[in-house]
Ligand binder design. Structure first.
Ligand SMILES: NC(=O)c1ccc[n+]([C@@H]2O[C@H](COP(=O)([O-])OP(=O)(O)OC[C@H]3O[C@@H](n4cnc5c(N)ncnc54)[C@H](OP(=O)(O)O)[C@@H]3O)[C@@H](O)[C@H]2O)c1
Length: 269
């Protein structure tokens, strides 16, 4: 009998992860959803199972904990769950001046944004190889392309993820596992992000998209094995422009935008 294949999505309870989960469900993909706190994930799983006649498992864990990752592996083996797609979406965002943000916040951000996706790829590589052709989608950010004051650590974690993905895409080719990254610009994923995005300058505001729209563009491109996915015409235009104009000018624009962004909310996150 042909095994049932699942798509693992981290950070699926809200925001972009939830939009990705709904988009995958519409494509009849069985899902394994992960979040931290458990708020609403069970309801989402029931809704998706009933609406789209797919199988959905869910698991609450702290992705920054190695012990939890081992528990996840145990659970997956015990339930005989087979993954064909791995989507590393969960991420900790931040805005704040480096010397004002607690070091423990940054260390947690590095654990969730860097260590967790690296660990999950390592943990499920054998499965993905066995179930190939298969794919890994890592959720990076447009921020990975720029030097962003007040988003220094966040941007650096996303640059790591982009670099890792492109290298692995070459390395895993023989195993028929492709690795994609998606680099969204601003998305209205939760009330805090909506508020922050509303308070950005008009130039940056133009690029803000709804997570549902980004999810559809992303999944279409990912399932077509596109390596680097930049959703939205404006975001593609910004990237091209950034390559053309002198660095000193692009850094000046970036600094003005970041200061406006930060002025909208002085707290991190
Ligand atoms: N929002 C944007 O403008 C934007 C732009 C570019 C890229 N991105 C990227 O898109 C991804 C999703 O962003 P988002 O705005 O949708 O985030 P979000 O609304 O804050 O949702 C984050 C998700 O990750 C889960 N999560 C957080 N920390 C976790 C941990 N330690 N262990 C397990 N799960 C954890 C949360 O679970 P709980 O609900 O249980 O807390 C939630 O499901 C991130 O990688 C982000 O960097 C976002």
């Amino acid at each position: 009998m042909k095994p049932l294949y699942y798509t693992l999505i981290t950070g699926a309870s809200q925001g972009f992860g939830k939009a990705l989960a709904i988009d995958c469900a519409k494509r009849n993909m069985n899902l394994f959803l992960i979040d931290l706190t458990g708020t609403g994930l069970k309801d989402l799983a029931v809704f998706l199972e009933e609406s789209f006649k797919i199988k959905v498992h869910f698991f609450h864990m702290d992705l920054s904990s190695k012990a939890y990752c081992e528990k996840l592996l145990e659970f997956v083996h015990h339930q005989k769950i087979e993954f064909k797609f791995l989507i590393n979406n969960a991420g900790v965002l931040s805005t704040g001046f480096f010397n004002e943000v607690d070091i423990n916040y940054y260390l947690k951000q590095i654990e969730v944004n860097i260590s967790a996706p690296t660990r999950l790829i390592k943990l499920f590589y054998d499965q993905l190889k066995r179930n190939s052709p298969s794919g890994i989608l890592n959720v990076s950010s447009l921020a990975s392309y720029f030097c962003l004051p007040t988003k220094q650590v966040y941007g650096a974690t996303k640059a790591y993820l982009s670099s890792l993905s492109r290298s692995l895409n070459l390395e895993f080719k023989e195993d028929q596992i492709w690795v994609s990254i998606v680099c969204p610009g601003g998305m209205n994923t939760n009330p805090k992000m909506c508020y922050k995005n509303r308070n950005m300058g008009w130039f940056a505001k133009l690029s803000v998209m709804d997570p549902e729209e980004v999810a559809k563009i992303t999944m279409d491109a990912f399932l077509n094995k596109k390596e680097v996915i930049i959703p939205g015409t404006i975001n593609k235009f910004y990237l091209t422009l950034a390559k053309l104009i002198p660095q000193s000018i692009s850094e000046r624009i970036t600094t003005i935008q970041m200061n406006r962004f930060r002025a909208a909310d002085l707290s991190i996150g």
